[in-house]
Design a protein around this ligand. Structure first.
Ligand SMILES: NC(=O)c1ccc[n+]([C@@H]2O[C@H](COP(=O)([O-])OP(=O)(O)OC[C@H]3O[C@@H](n4cnc5c(N)ncnc54)[C@H](O)[C@@H]3O)[C@@H](O)[C@H]2O)c1
Length: 375
């Protein structure tokens, strides 16, 4: 990407999550948010006014804007690939909310199209670039738990129909607890264990319909298209196994459980949907097995704290300096490939191989400063 100074950014999709992105991206000196676009141009306008963005309009206005070098795609999963394709066809780099797409063919086509155009694709989650997950990964790299062997993750609650004003898409193809929340947990696991080799899974649907419980459309009943409870197991190419629960059917809320067990200890990783949290290790198996309290060591968190938008900044800096984003399209595609394999395993009742591979994801430099002006 030629030029110097802050990277011009445009948004397509200005719904619920756009607030968090806008609050943060407007604080990073290497980013200049120039325009917001949405199917609902009134919404784009009000979000622009709220966050001090100079222009707003339709998706086409963002795609055609000469100062936009990178598009942040915050639309719903069913149209992620289509909107990202349009961004690449307009000569812009693209950051997509997760998942990269809802099917393998369109996800791969997007990466091929970007490669051919010499443009970059970055995919959420960027939470894994935060100090919490990075501290946990550094502890593993230092050998603090020995050789990682296995992992357990749990994400269960009653579901987003209790709080999202337009929750239908979260229960449609391309979402559900697996596709909506799975990317956080699978991205964390893939960063630790590497590429997934095979998966097996079972799924169920607690109710055939749900009722919106927040916003103007409270009381609206809608159909559920996908399993709302998924139990999945995975085996990794370079060793390691994991078991995961993804559920929108549980009155018992248990979120962000990620435990990595190695030959020397178990590491508790912060919620992969957050940028930081406690990192702690236990290695007192005899005492705990005898009924005494588990002993924990805290791992001090290192790195500068920032929120959603960190991946957009990393992508923008990579685009300007000729690098590659850490939350890359390739990683996003491998996560999608794994999600679809889990879906296939549920439908077909068999172990399903995952064909794609992703290179190990480098760590974020400990002195990485999102608030510095570097471009
Ligand atoms: N809401 C959250 O807490 C949250 C958190 C993390 C990630 N996400 C992800 O962010 C994405 C958006 O979620 P949300 O909660 O903001 O959804 P939302 O429904 O509130 O907003 C989506 C917006 O995209 C617009 N849109 C849809 N198709 C479009 C198109 N073709 N062109 C232009 N605009 C279009 C809609 O008009 C809407 O305003 C999803 O992928 C979701 O998984 C959401």
């Amino acid at each position: 990407m030629a030029g110097s100074g802050p990277v011009g950014v445009g948004f397509i999709g200005t719904g619920m999550i756009s607030n968090t992105y806008l609050e943060n991206l407007t604080k990073f000196p290497d980013i200049n948010v120039v325009i917001l676009g949405d199917l609902n141009t009134e919404l784009a306008k009000s979000q622009a006014e709220k966050h001090g963005v100079p222009q707003s309009g339709s998706a086409a206005d963002v795609l055609d804007h000469p100062d936009v070098e990178l598009i942040v795609n915050l639309t719903i999963p069913a149209v992620h690939a289509h909107v990202s394709n349009q961004a690449i066809a307009s000569g812009k780099h693209v950051w997509s909310e997760k998942p990269i797409s809802v099917d393998r063919a369109s996800g791969q086509a997007l990466l091929d199209q970007a490669d051919a155009a010499g443009l970059l694709v970055g995919v959420a989650p960027d939470t894994v670039l935060g100090p919490g997950m990075q501290t946990a990964r550094r502890a593993i790299a230092h050998g603090d738990i020995g050789e990682p062997l296995s992992a357990q993750t749990i994400m269960q609650y009653i579901g987003p129909d209790i709080c999202h004003p337009s929750p239908e898409f979260l229960f449609a193809k391309g979402a559900g607890p697996l596709f909506d929340m799975g990317p956080y947990y699978l991205t964390a696991l893939i960063q630790i264990f590497g590429s997934v080799e095979t998966v097996a899974a079972v799924g169920s649907k607690g109710k055939a319909t749900r009722t919106i419980q927040a916003g103007d459309r409270t009381g609206t009943v809608f159909d559920i298209e996908v399993p709302t409870h998924v139990s999945a197991i995975a085996k990794y190419v370079d060793g390691g196994v994991s078991q995961s629960v993804f559920s929108f059917d549980s009155p018992l809320t248990r979120m962000g459980v990620v435990e990595i067990t190695g030959t020397e200890g178990t590491l508790v990783v912060p919620d992969p949907n957050r940028f930081t949290g406690d990192v702690k290790i236990t290695r007192a198996p005899v005492m705990a097995a005898m009924g005494q309290d588990q002993e924990w060591e805290s791992v001090p968190i290192t790195g500068v704290y920032a929120e959603r938008g960190l991946g957009v900044l990393d992508l923008a800096r990579a685009a300007r300096t000729g690098g590659k984003p850490l939350a890359s399209g390739e990683l996003g595609y491998h996560v999608l490939d794994t999600l679809v394999a889990i879906e296939d395993a549920i439908t077909e009742g068999r172990t399903v191989p995952v064909e794609s591979r992703v290179a190990p994801v480098p760590l974020v430099a400990e002195d990485y400063d999102p608030f510095a002006l570097t471009l």
